[in-house]
Structure formats: structure tokens, C-alpha cells
Write a protein that binds this ligand. Structure first.
Ligand code: BGC
Length: 762
């Protein structure tokens, strides 16, 4: 019998409830203070080893039918759980598997402390939403929150309590494969999305069986991996750290995110996992973060490879001192911390603090009330893949699509009487469109773009592959082989294109060409797809290019030649239905790019909120200004850009006050008119520029946006607000300051804005 349960049951009022309603009402009554009390009581009876056990997380590979481990070092893991030396498991999933490991922790350990079960729920669990970068293109915070809620409900129904998301890494480098996981390049949009995702995962009540704890990652700077190469070093200045990298993490903390994950990179020469400045000084001291920090996979151990720690013992010491509370798969804490405390090298107070943080989250999740509360077969069957969840991810998918070009209104496609050729292997693919990072989903479970288009029966549709994109295995862990030579199916595609009124070409990246460890140095259409596009164009210019990809691509030729281009990213389970509804005009696209599309790789990093430099323009027609001699400075598509089947006009930009004090709120208003023939939605974007500052400021910074729906001919006055929170910035000591001076105010439908005015802060 567990000492913990027997000794403390009267104090903790522990009881096991089976019904969902009972669990919920019980946990709603839990107050912060009562949890604190319970954690303190529990800590007081825990041995040093057991406290350190809470700080240890193992990856799991249990047989679904029982707790017996198999393969590798599973025996040690199994034994360690029994000894109370494991606080968490990751990548155990499904009610059967979760119950198996939970049973060991609850029934076979001295104290019966439940495990917290973590999993990478990145854009859905089984029913997949668009990849996170695509969702960011919706700029629709409610939809993003709901999408995270759907993901949470399915994961929770499968026994999971905790997701390793959201990824809030700001990145300016599309060579980095993990841009697909984040919200793009902008700290303001990124912060709003971080908040929406945390709230979506965690809901209003963490103990509810539909919600899970979130984890903002990777803290910090990982998105700035040098040259876009995975796991590379990071070198950024303090101004960029405070103003660009940290704000989405701060927003997540303010939204009460329960955990953070540190990162594989170094910052100022100190690996983030052992970085005290980041984890203790900023996160825990300055921001008052009360949750816990988990390492990234083996990142404690990797401090040895970085040349920062001598051995595992040293690595454990550095990590715990720096504020990393839980060790994911380094075996550093479980093997080294007891020794370090006993030798007096690590203060036991640090162990108490880490264990306290972890236990608190377990209490908040309701795991002490009922360790099996997330293990409900009934919910697992009804929630996962439900019609409601599919409807929600379809809605999110449509909102994520960005119309990049529509010359001569080639789109929307007529619904009948046309011959349409659909070309490209990615059109007939149910797997790639699911995107990367979807460990729990079933392969080939997405609606392909071809299947979506086939539901519109009025036209004559012909499908031709044209060319393979990948050859061989496409499993998550294996390298893809891209077809760079085989053009034998070109002729067939060209013949079909010749006989068609319109050609829909579905081209782009395979879903596993982005994600972790999928950096690329070339960002054109992979393989022979560019050749295929040009060959088809030679016989039929009426091409709608449907892009499916996980990062910005360099598609200059297409932009110059192809009349219609639609960015569909990888939209998850409902991809085909969403794309078809947009191509046929049953849904009017409103997405806006969350990341700049470069003209070529040489322009990277390219981002809208860059600095002015000392020589921004070619003032007297000589060569000495900030530019390239072989390509212009502008991007192919700017941040915030996206078209609609409607068109919009911005007029009458006004500010409520042009001379303000730092306590004033300025209302910035503009009239938006739908000048098109159909109803549509537009994301009105507000940017500022602080003209003179003690630390130079970007040429433009997004500081507000609003989604507006308009009928044809309709005009609405849109008002956005600016306060000192938007006008200030972080100085190089990390203090938020508001300096007097003149600010330009811009409003428009992208970061290339049409209207501007000025205000002065006195
Ligand atoms: C990734 C994390 C992820 C972890 C667990 C690591 O390789 O960097 O983002 O949460 O694995 O799967």
C-alpha cells in the first residue's frame, strides 16, 4: 500500500472519482493555497531520491496490452518507475498504454505519485489542423485557440496530460525546417498567437478532462540557428533577444502557461539548458514564472558536446543550477543529482523547488484526485476524430490559405463546363499534406487535394502526376529521396494540359521536408517540379499554381509567369476540402503571410521589421548604399500580404490625438471599403515606427490588427488603439521604456502599407 495514500489521505482528502462531472467539480474547488499546502505536505515525506525522481522524464515504449517493457534500456526505465525515480513519460499514448505506465507509478511505488504524460501535440493529435505556420497565416486568434482546444481534447482523451507546444520561436530564416512549427517572424503576432494557443490547450480549468498543460518552447533563441542549420549556434544581440525573441514567451507566461522547454542552442556561448540568465534571472525571477522548465531531448547531456560541461555529472549540476527542472532523456538528473547534493555541490533547496513546481502542475491537472482521469475509453472513442473536430480543423484550414496572385480573376474556377487538368504528385497525396510533427495521426489520413476537387462534379477533371516528388520511404525518421531526374511522366501531363481549359498544378515540398532537422539551402520547388511547371506553361498558360509547403519558398519564375498562385501550406486532415472550397469560390480566402517570402536564398535573413541602416537609400546615384548588386532589396511577397476575391480600399486614416502623453490612448481609425463584387474579409494591419530612439528601432513594427468582414460596396470604420505598451520597447538591459519623440503610424493590408500619419509623444 502506498505510504502516501495511507498516511496522508485524511489531509489530502484524496478520493477516486470515476465520473467526469465529479472530477470537474472537485478540481474547480481547488485553490492555489490548498494545492500549495498539499505539495508542501507531500514534499515533507519525500526522500531526496524521490524528489529527484520527479525531475526525471523518460521516453516510453510500452506494449499497449500491459506494463512489460521491451527492447533497449526499457528494463531500467521500468525498474526506475517502480522505485519512484520517474516523474514523467513522453510519447506514451492511448488509454491502454497510459494506464499501463500510470499503474506502475501509482500502485508500485512507495508514494504512488502519478506520472505526468507529455506528448508533442503540435497541430492536432489524430484529427490534424494545419501546420502552425499555416494557422498563423489566418491571423484569426479565436480560430487558432479553438484549434488548440480540439488538439487538447483529443490528446487528453488519449491519456495525455501535457503537450510540448506551442512552439513560440520567432524565426527569420526559412532555411530552418522548424519554421513550420512556429508563428513566423513577428513578435507581436507571435505573442498574440502564443496566448491563443496556451489558452486553447489549457482552457479555463486545467483539471477539466478536455484540457492539457501547455509548454512554450524553445527557450530561447532557437529560431535564430545560424544559417538556418539545425542545432547550430545562435548569435543575437540583447536588443533582438528582448524585443523579438522573448516577447512571445512572456506572453505565454502571462497567459499562465504551465511549462517551458529550453533549447538545443547556445546563447552568448552558454547552452540554453545551462543558461541561468535565461531560466532563473529572466523567466523565474523577472517574470515570476511558477511552472516548471523541461530540458529539450537530451539537451542536458549535449552540454558535454558543446564543450560546456566536462561530463554528465557536471552537466546535471549546470542544468539544475540554471533552473532546468526536468530532464528529458539525458539520464543526468536520475544518475547524478543525488551524488551532487550529497557532496554539497548542489543545494537541496534547488531540488525542492523543482519538485514543488512539477508536483503543483500534477495537482492542477487533477492527477492526484484521480491518476486515471485521462484514461477513459469512452471519451477516447467519442472525442477522437469526431465530426465536430473535423469541422473545426476544416474551418481552420480554409482560414489559413493565402491567395498570392490572381491575374485576370482566373480564380475562383467556374463550377461547370470546363476541362480541368490537375497535375502534380502532391495533388494525389493523402500523407504529405498532413505536414510534419504528427506522431499520433494515421498515415495517409488526409483528404487529398485531388479528392477535394473531385467533389465538384460540374467540370471534366483529369489527373496526371507529371513527376514524383519523392522516391522511396517517407517515414518521419528517414531522409527523403527527392526525384531530381525522372521526367518520364512529363509528356502525359503536357498532353492533358494541352487539352484543358485550366490547369491546376499542385507543387511544393513533401510534408517531411520541413520540421526538426529538415534544414534546406535551396528553397525553390524541389526536384523536377520547376521544370514540369515550365513545360506545362509552354502549352497552356492558364495555370493555377497550388503550393503545398511548410516554409516560404523562392518562386520568382512562378510569380512572374503564372496567373494564379495559392499558398495552401500543409493543411492537415481536411486539406483537400479546404483547398477545393477556396479554388471554387465557396470560401473567399483571407490569409496573410506570417513570414516574408524571399526572392532568393541570398536575401535570407529577410524580414519586414529590419533596421533602417545608415545608408538606406541610393541618395546620389552611387553604389555606396545598403543593397545587393544582383537582386533588389524587396522580398518576393512581404509579411502580412494576401489577396481576396474581393478588393479593399483604405481611406481616411485618422488619429484621435496627435500630441500625446505616455498615459494617453490614441485611437487610429481608417475607412475600409470592399470595392469588389463578393463579400470578403480583410486583416487591417497597424504598424508604427519610432523615428529616433536610444536604441535604434525597426522601420516598421506591427502593433495591432483586426479582421473585418465586408459585403460588396460596404464601408466600415475600423479603429485600433495605441498605448505606451505598443509605443515603448526594451532597452539593452531588458527594461521596458517609453521615450518621447515622433512616431509614424501606418495602416494597410500588408507590411507594405498604403496610408501613414504621425503622432508625437511628449
Ligand atoms: C524537440 C522538441 C520536442 C522533443 C520531444 C525534441 O527533439 O526539439 O521540440 O518536444 O524532441 O519530442
Amino acid at each position: 500500500m502506498k505510504i502516501y495514500f495511507s498516511l496522508l489521505s485524511s489531509i489530502f482528502l484524496l478520493s477516486t472519482y470515476n465520473s467526469f462531472a465529479q472530477q470537474k467539480s472537485t478540481m474547480n474547488k481547488e485553490t492555489k493555497q490548498s494545492i500549495e499546502k498539499k505539495v508542501d505536505s507531500l514534499l515533507s515525506i519525500m526522500t531526496l531520491e524521490e524528489k529527484i525522481g520527479q525531475m526525471n522524464q523518460y521516453n516510453g515504449f510500452w506494449d499497449v496490452t500491459g506494463p512489460s517493457p521491451k527492447g533497449g534500456n526499457a528494463e531500467k526505465k521500468y525498474e526506475d518507475i517502480k522505485k519512484g525515480l520517474v516523474g514523467s513519460m513522453l510519447t506514451v499514448r492511448g488509454v491502454d498504454q497510459v494506464r499501463s505506465v500510470q499503474k506502475i507509478a501509482v500502485e508500485e511505488t512507495r508514494l504512488g505519485i502519478p506520472l505526468i504524460i507529455g506528448f508533442d501535440v503540435i497541430h492536432g493529435y489524430k484529427t490534424l489542423s494545419p501546420i502552425p505556420l499555416a494557422e498563423a497565416a489566418s491571423w484569426d486568434l479565436e480560430a487558432i485557440k479553438e484549434s488548440a482546444g480540439v488538439a487538447a481534447s483529443e490528446a487528453a482523451a488519449s491519456g495525455i496530460n501535457w503537450t510540448f507546444g506551442p512552439n513560440v520561436d520567432i524565426s527569420r530564416d526559412p532555411r530552418w525546417g522548424r519554421v513550420m512549427e512556429g508563428a513566423g517572424e513577428d513578435p507581436y503576432l507571435g505573442s498574440k498567437i502564443a496566448t491563443a494557443r496556451v489558452k486553447g490547450f489549457q482552457g479555463d480549468d486545467l483539471s477539466d478532462v478536455n484540457t492539457i498543460a501547455a509548454c512554450a518552447k524553445h527557450f530561447a533563441g532557437y529560431g535564430f540557428s545560424e544559417s538556418g542549420k539545425e542545432y547550430n549556434t545562435v548569435s543575437i544581440d540583447r536588443s533582438t533577444l528582448y524585443n523579438v525573441v522573448l516577447p512571445p514567451f512572456k506572453a505565454a507566461v502571462e497567459a499562465d502557461v504551465k511549462t517551458l522547454m529550453n533549447s538545443f542552442n547556445e546563447l552568448d556561448g552558454i547552452p540554453a539548458t545551462g543558461n541561468k540568465f535565461l531560466q532563473r534571472d529572466i523567466l523565474k525571477d523577472k517574470w515570476n514564472f511558477n511552472g516548471f522548465v523541461i530540458s529539450d531531448w537530451a539537451s542536458i547531456k549535449e552540454m558535454i558536446s558543446w564543450g560546456h560541461a566536462e561530463d554528465l555529472n557536471h552537466a546535471a549540476e549546470l542544468a539544475v543550477e540554471a533552473g532546468c527542472d526536468m530532464d528529458m532523456e539525458s539520464y543526468a538528473y536520475v544518475d547524478e543529482l543525488v551524488k551532487l547534493v550529497k557532496e554539497g555541490k548542489v543545494d537541496e533547496k534547488l531540488i525542492d523547488d523543482a519538485a514543488r513546481r512539477i508536483l503543483t502542475v500534477k495537482y492542477e491537472l487533477g492527477l492526484f484526485d484521480d491518476p486515471y482521469k485521462y484514461c477513459n475509453e469512452e471519451l477516447e472513442k467519442t472525442v477522437i476524430g469526431s465530426d465536430a473536430n473535423r469541422a473545426a480543423v476544416l474551418d481552420m484550414a480554409k482560414k489559413s490559405i493565402v491567395l498570392l496572385k490572381n491575374e485576370g480573376n482566373l480564380l475562383p474556377l467556374p463550377k461547370k463546363g470546363k476541362k480541368i487538368a490537375v497535375i502534380g504528385a502532391l495533388a494525389d497525396d493523402n500523407n504529405s499534406i498532413l505536414g510534419s510533427w504528427r506522431i499520433a495521426s494515421d498515415d495517409n489520413s488526409g483528404v487529398s487535394i485531388l479528392e477535394g476537387l473531385q467533389q465538384y462534379k460540374g467540370n471534366k477533371l483529369v489527373y496526371k502526376k507529371g513527376a514524383d516528388v519523392t522516391v522511396g520511404q517517407t517515414a518521419f525518421t528517414e531522409e527523403l529521396t527527392i526525384n531530381t531526374t525522372n521526367t518520364e511522366d512529363f509528356d502525359d501531363a503536357i498532353a492533358a494540359a494541352k487539352k484543358s481549359d485550366v490547369v491546376v498544378m499542385v507543387l511544393g515540398e513533401h510534408g517531411f521536408q520541413t520540421g526538426e532537422a529538415r534544414s534546406r539551402t535551396e528553397l525553390g520547388l524541389p526536384g523536377v517540379q520547376q521544370e514540369l511547371l515550365e513545360a506545362v506553361y509552354a502549352v497552356n498558360k492558364n495555370i493555377v499554381l497550388v503550393l503545398t509547403n511548410g516554409r516560404p519558398l523562392t518562386i520568382n519564375w512562378a510569380e512572374a509567369n503564372i496567373p494564379a498562385i495559392v499558398e495552401t501550406w500543409q493543411l492537415g486532415t481536411e486539406t483537400g476540402n479546404a483547398v477545393a472550397q477556396v479554388l471554387y469560390g465557396d470560401y473567399n480566402p483571407s490569409g496573410k503571410l506570417p513570414m516574408t517570402f524571399p526572392r532568393n536564398v541570398g536575401q535570407i535573413p529577410i524580414y519586414y521589421n529590419h533596421k533602417q541602416t545608415g545608408r538606406p537609400v541610393n541618395s546620389d546615384n552611387n553604389v555606396f548604399w545598403s543593397h545587393y548588386s544582383d537582386v533588389e532589396n524587396t522580398p518576393l511577397y512581404p509579411f502580412g500580404f494576401g489577396l481576396s476575391y474581393a478588393s479593399f480600399e483604405y481611406t481616411n486614416l485618422q488619429v484621435s490625438k496627435s500630441n500625446i502623453s505616455s498615459e494617453d490612448t490614441v485611437e487610429v481609425s481608417v475607412n475600409l471599403t470592399n470595392t469588389g463584387k463578393v463579400a470578403g474579409k480583410e486583416v487591417v494591419q497597424l504598424y508604427i515606427r519610432d523615428l529616433v530612439a536610444s536604441v535604434t528601432r525597426p522601420i516598421k513594427e506591427l502593433k495591432g490588427f483586426e479582421m473585418v468582414s465586408l459585403e460588396p460596396g460596404e464601408t466600415k470604420k475600423v479603429t485600433l488603439k495605441l498605448t505606451k505598451d505598443e509605443l515603448g520597447f526594451y532597452n539593452n538591459d531588458g527594461e521596458f521604456i517609453v521615450e518621447p519623440g515622433t512616431f509614424k503610424i501606418f495602416i494597410g493590408g500588408s507590411s507594405i502599407t498604403s496610408l501613414e500619419t504621425e503622432i508625437t509623444l511628449n
